[in-house]
Every structure is written in structure tokens, then in C-alpha cells.
Design a binder for this molecule. Sequence first.
Ligand SMILES: *Cc1c(COP(=O)(O)O)cnc(C)c1O
Length: 417
Amino acid sequence: MKHHERYPLVPIARGESAWLFDSEGKAYLDAVSSWWVNLFGHNQPVIKDAIKAQLDQLEHVMLAGFTHAPVVELSEKLAALTGLGHAFYGSDGASATEIALKMSFHYWRNIGQPQKTKFISLQNSYHGETLGALSVTDVAIFKDTYAPLILQSAQMPSPDSRLAEASESDEAYALRCAEALEAYVAEHHAELAAFIIEPLVQGAAGMAMYHPVYLQRAREICSCYQVHIIADEIAVGFGRTGTLFACEQAGERVSDIADFICLSKGITGGYLPLSVVLTTDKVYQAFYHDQTVKGFLHSHSYTGNPLACSAALATLQLFEASDVLAHNRVTAQALLAGVEGYGFSMHHVRQRGMITAFEVTTKNPQFARDCYAAALKHGLLLRPIGNTVYWMPPYCMTAQDIHHLIQTTRAAVEESM
Ligand SMILES: *Cc1c(COP(=O)(O)O)cnc(C)c1O
């Protein structure tokens, strides 16, 4: 709060397409999709109309003992898209992580392996900030204060290609990290329930990108040693990495890589809070029992909210209506060309689908904050993570928007180096 003395809150009055407008009418290009949730822009007519139509039918009903058309339709669609045919709903990303962790643990207990109680994740991983999710998150600034409250979990070396040796390819480095994973899992599998991972891009780590071969090897290792894989696609799902789901770059379908997938953020196009954990029939069957305590007892009041489900269905409809991924490839090319034209000192320029990032070489310890403030001045919402500048914009940018993004980012970075 104290920092806001120097960086005042920005009062946003409305949004339109890739832009936000403050109460005085100043426009800001939303280069981070309002924290990675917005897919098709603000004030998007298809999503807005779907929510309005649903509002005239049913705003909410509890999902215990009752059901409704939007949640059924959404579950069917997500099952067809991922190959994971059972859905459990929550309200936000962290609750999806909690659900997946609890369900994995409970699965092993139900099938007579109650000693499988531990989780592993990657170094620098981010899976949310409730106590369970924080246990598998590895970002010191969020975690250290709460250390006495959280579960122990082990972190595996991150295949983040920035960490590869100069002479080593991304793929060779990913394989080297997979060897370390294998050694750990071979030794500890008897007590391991699941490996939770952000597929292809570790967002909060500073858009750390890695080679898909790591996911393939992780799948083989975890299958061999009976450990679940939880794919946390909360940030990377819905086209961000160039495929509808990031796991599709490692396997034909999500179900070839993951036992559980967590989805949230973009699922409603950035309109309403919703999350879902999808899993296999095998996991589902382990809970199908007369004894209530063998069932999965976990509930949130707004689970499967009809308005949010209708926004999610409209979002999927937008993917069906046009070749969004092909359109994004053209946008991504223009964005990368823009970065490559910068004259300032930077390294590790990288891109995966609609996520573009680079590291600025600077001695300014306040670079992230100064760059954020400079960008605002130029009409741009940009939030560097440390010295990493990244773009994760909505999919609806025009040629002028792209031009503005490239030019104002250049100015903001140069002014804050
Ligand atoms: C944002 C995020 C979460 C947490 O989602 P919330 O809705 O903020 O709780 C979990 N995992 C990843 C990879 C995320 O990016």
C-alpha cells in the first residue's frame, strides 16, 4: 500500500477491445490481458451477449444434487477437447490446484496406497497462493513468510531454457532436467502422489519457457513409477502457447500427458471467475463408492456458476468460429519482429505462441517498477517481472495496436534502464 504513494492506483472506467480507459479518458493498451485472463478483448460482444442471455434464465443454482445446461455443455466440450472426461468445478485458479492435489492424494488412499502423500513441483513454479497451492509454489516472496503453515514438497530442477549451458540446446537441457526428475522419482515414488507442473511456460517465474520433450519424459517417468501428473494450464490454456492446450505440443491430446488438468484464467475469456479440474475415468472410478467418505468431499458455493459457464461456452464458440490460432501466429510474428528491432541491450528473446518475453540488461534494481510506471505514462499496461519484459496480450490486437505496443514498450524500457 505504501508504494502507492509513488505509484497511484489507476481508476479504470471502461474497456474496449485491447484497451482500458481511465476515468479521465486516458487509454492504456492491456499488454498483460489483465493478469493473463482476457483472451478476446474487453467489451467482447459474443461473450457479453451470452452472459446477458444466461442472466435472463438462471444466475445461479447450487451444483450439489442439481445441474444446469451450461455446466453440462461445457463439461462435454472440455472432455472432447482434452480427452479427460470428468470435470470438477471451482471458482479460481488456486482452488483448482487445491482440488487436483486433494483428489490425487485421495485417489491413492482409496485404492489402498495411503502412503502416497507427497507432491513435487518445479523450481520457480507458481500454482496459486492458498496454503495447499503455496506448498507446491516456489516463489520465495510469496512463500517464505508462511513457511510454518505449509506442507513440505520437493522442487525439481526447472527445464527453463534460460538456465541451459551456452553450448547446450534447449532440448538437451530439458533432457538433463528430466534425468534429475527420474532420479528423484525413482528414489521417492513410494510416497509420491503427484508431480504438478506448468506446461511449457512457467509464467510467474518470468515467462520461463522450456522444450516440450520435458513433458514427454515426465509422462514416461511418472507412468513408470505410478505418480500422477497435474498439468496446471491455468495461465497457458486456451491458445496462449500456440495450441489450444500447451500439453498438445508434447502429446496428441492433453490426456496423453496429464492425469489432471487445471483450467481457469482464460476459460471465461476474462469475464467471470471459474475454474475446473478435468481428470480420467480411472480417477473417477476410485471415488465411485457407497461410503460417503470415499467420495470427493470438496465444495465451493459458486461451483459451476451458470453465468461463468455461459461465458466459457461463448469463449469456446469464438475458437470454433474462426481459426484463432492461425490468426495469432501472424500477430506473434509481428511481435517478435518488433522485439528483434530493439536497439537496447537485452538477451534471451523468446516466444511461445502469444507469449513473448526478453530480459533487459540493466543495473536499475527498480527496473520492473520504473518500467511499469513509464509504460503507463505512454498509454501501456506492462508489468515486467524482475528484468523480464513480457507481452501476453488479448488475441484481438489490430496492426495499430501492435505498433503502439512495440513503440511504447521501447520507450518505457529505455526510460527505465
Ligand atoms: C494465476 C495462476 C494460478 C492461480 O490462479 P488464481 O485464480 O489467481 O488463484 C495458478 N497457477 C498458475 C500457473 C497461474 O498462472
